[in-house]
Design a protein around this ligand. Sequence first.
Ligand SMILES: *[C@@H]1O[C@H](CO)[C@@H](O)[C@H](O)[C@H]1NC(C)=O
Ligand SMILES: *[C@@H]1O[C@H](CO)[C@@H](O)[C@H](O)[C@H]1NC(C)=O
Length: 377
Amino acid sequence: MSASRTDSTPPPPTRSALKSSLAVTLLSVLAPILAVTVLYRHEPFDPASLPIHKLPGTVAAPMQNGRVLGSAEMVGAGQVVGPEDVEHDPASGIIYVGCADGWVKRVKVGESAGDAVVEDWVNTGGRPLGLALGRDGELIVCDAYKGLLNVSKHGTVELLTDEAEGVKFKLTDAVAVATDGTIYFTDASYKYTFGEFIWDILEGRPHGRLLSYDPATKETQVLAQDLYFPNGIALSPNQSFVIFCETVMRRCKRYYINGERKGHIDTFIGGLPGYSDNIRYDGEGHYWIALASGTSVTGDLAFKYPFIRKAAAILERLNRRPAMEKNGGVFQVDSEGKPVAHYYDPQLSLISSGNKIGDYLYCGSLHYPHILRLKLD
Ligand SMILES: *[C@@H]1O[C@H](CO)[C@@H](O)[C@H](O)[C@H]1NC(C)=O
Ligand SMILES: *[C@@H]1O[C@H](CO)[C@@H](O)[C@H](O)[C@H]1NC(C)=O
C-alpha cells in the first residue's frame, strides 16, 4: 500500500512546468476579461443615461406583507400560462386572462381556487396583454403583436387600430375604457416587440406612447409620447384623468382628460419600491399597481450606469444574463396616490397585474402557469 502511494506521488515540478501552469492560470483569468472587452468594444447596442436624478426617493407602504406566497392559492393551475392581465365581468362572474399561447381564456372560479373551470375562448394569434370590458359586452384586447383588438361577445376579432401618426405600434400593452366609450391605451415601444422588451428596458430610451381610440370616429390620437415603457393604465372614477405606469422609472403619471387641467401630465406616484406594470382601480377608492420586480442594488446600479446595461446586453446576447427579478408583488395606493399596502414575496417575479375581486386579489404574471390569488384581510 505504502509503496504504491509513493509510486503515485508526482515528481516535483520543474521550472518550465511552473511557468506554463502560471501562464495557463493567467490566461484563464485574462481570456474572459479580454473577450468581454472585445465584445464590449464591438457591441453596437448603446444604452442611454436615464433621467433618474429627477426621481424621488423610494416610498414605503404603512402595511406590508413580504411573504404572500405562504398563503397564496393557484387558480387555473397549469391551464393559464403567463396570464398577463386579469379582467373581471361582475355581471357573469367570468374572469378573462390573456395567455402566452395567444388564447384569451375565460375562468370561472368555483367554491375554491382548485375547482376553477378554464375555457379557451378566442385565440388572437398574437400575445394578448391588457384587457378591458367594453360598453357592448365586448372585450378590448391589447395584443402586443397585433394592436388594439375588439373581441365581440360572440368571439369575433376585429382590429381597431395598429398605428398612430404614421408610426406602427410594436408593443400594444394596456387598455382602459372610459364611460364615454373612449379607449385609452399604451404602446410600450415603437422600437422593440414584446419578445424583445428586455432590450427596451436596457436601452433606456423613451419609445412609448399614450394613445386614445374613439370608436365613433375610429380615430387614434397620440396623447403623450417619449414615455419610458408605459405599461398599465387606469381611469380615475370621476373620469378626470388616466393614470399610466412607466416601468423603467418606477412611477405612475396622470394625464388629465377633462376639466381645466385637460392635456396636462403630472406624477401620481413616484419612487415605487419596484418596476410598475399594470394598474387597476377597484371601485372602492384604491388603485393596485403590479410590481414586476422589487428594487435591488444591481437594478439600481444598472439604471444609473449605461455601461452596466451594455454589459447586461452582451450577456443577454450570450443567453447568460442572470435573472435579477425578485420581490415582485402588488402595491396598493389610495385615490390620491398615497401608499396603503405592499404585498410581495422574495420568490415572486414578473407579476404583471393585481385585480381586487371581492375579498381576493387576483394576480397575473408573465410566466407563471396560474393566476395567483391572495385573501385580503
Ligand atoms: C366591438 O364589436 C361589437 C360587435 O360588432 C360592437 O357591438 C362593439 O360596439 C364594438 N366595440 C368597439 C369599441 O368598436
Ligand atoms: C376627481 O377625483 C380626483 C381624485 O381622484 C379629485 O382630485 C378631483 O377633484 C375630482 N374632480 C372632479 C371634477 O370632481
